[in-house]
Design a protein around this ligand. Structure first.
Ligand SMILES: CC(C)(COP(=O)(O)OP(=O)(O)OC[C@H]1O[C@@H](n2cnc3c(N)ncnc32)[C@H](O)[C@@H]1OP(=O)(O)O)[C@@H](O)C(=O)NCCC(=O)NCCS
Length: 281
């Protein structure tokens, strides 16, 4: 019998197993962050008492993100993914969410389309090993963040993404304080970048900013993480960002289709130089 029940911290082992099976990049810390940001937001599919699927939701006021939609390979194609999505959408509806968003893999798309999601944007996932640091010419624009900068970065994030993701940005900055880099005067942030480790590569992003800050922050990350395997999710609409990461030898490995249901959220992809990852855009 199939049962969809709330996710608990006891489900971390199932989450890790399904991520490894799908070849995704998330670590246990990523599952923990999902659960902390939205303790009532995760669901597990159990077939005769055995966990076989997961989904998480995260609410930012009227906007929510769905992520970690994973069904054990051995049990796909029998309605488990659909049952998880229906439960996730019911919970978001009951909590007054109007716009639901997600980044879809090709395997997820037919399911989301059948539930009323429409394509909004494309992100390309770039992967590779960063080349040795290039010589810096002139004064570097990116710098270590000052305590005043976090609030300014959160305000910029809200302006660019049309979503109040302050809790997400704060938890990423708390977990990886050294990874927070900013461009601009203290308290007046023209751009910021965060990154975190992953199973197979460091995820560089979010990186948001104007046309000067974005390239400077990406160049700064390139020299700070030279020699490391990295991934970046770059909006197809931001051609300079794609050109910059391609010039480092990174290759587009797959496409993520950003989909939405309900009123469209106004985000500005030209100021997104790298997304935060498919869990929350
Ligand atoms: C995407 C995923 C969660 C779907 O789970 P699932 O349990 O197989 O999905 P369901 O059986 O509920 O199928 C849902 C719909 O998907 C479509 N679908 C499922 N398998 C399909 C297949 N092999 N070919 C085409 N369409 C398919 C059907 O439209 C189905 O609709 P229906 O209910 O009208 O038949 C699963 O394939 C998976 O875990 N993939 C790897 C991780 C991943 O890519 N997750 C999506 C992230 S966005």
């Amino acid at each position: 019998m199939l049962d969809i029940r709330p996710m608990t911290i006891g489900d971390l082992a199932l989450g890790r197993r399904l991520v490894a099976q799908a070849g995704w990049n998330q670590l246990e810390a990523d599952w923990r962050r999902q659960m902390e940001l939205q303790p009532d937001g995760g669901f597990v599919a159990e077939l005769d008492g055995v966990g076989v699927g997961t989904v998480t939701t995260c609410r930012f006021g009227p906007v929510a993100w769905i992520a970690m939609m994973l069904v054990d390979e051995a049990y796909r194609g029998r309605g488990i993914g659909r049952a998880l999505m229906v439960r996730a959408l019911e919970s978001l509806n009951a909590n007054g969410v109007r716009s639901v968003r997600l980044d879809a893999t090709p395997l997820g798309r037919p399911l989301y389309e059948s539930l009323g999601f429409v394509a909004e944007a494309t992100f390309d996932r770039y992967r590779g090993v960063l080349p040795p640091a290039a010589e810096q010419s002139g004064e570097p624009m990116a710098r270590k963040a000052d305590p005043l900068d976090l609030d300014a970065a959160i305000a910029l994030d809200r302006e660019v993404t049309g979503t109040d993701r302050g809790r997400l940005i704060r938890s990423l900055a708390d977990e990886h304080p050294d990874s927070l880099r900013v461009a601009g005067e203290p308290g007046r942030v023209a751009g910021f970048l965060l990154s975190r480790p992953g199973r197979s590569a460091r995820q560089i992003g979010p990186c948001l900013g104007d046309e000067r800050a974005g390239p400077a922050l990406l160049a700064d990350a390139r020299s700070r993480y030279a020699g490391e395997a990295v991934i970046l999710d770059v909006p197809a609409a931001n051609a300079p960002a794609a050109a910059q990461v391609r010039s480092w030898g990174l290759r587009a490995e797959r496409e993520l289709l950003r989909m939405g249901r309900g009123p469209r959220v106004a985000e500005d992809p030209r100021r997104i130089w790298a997304g935060s990852g498919p869990e929350k855009g």
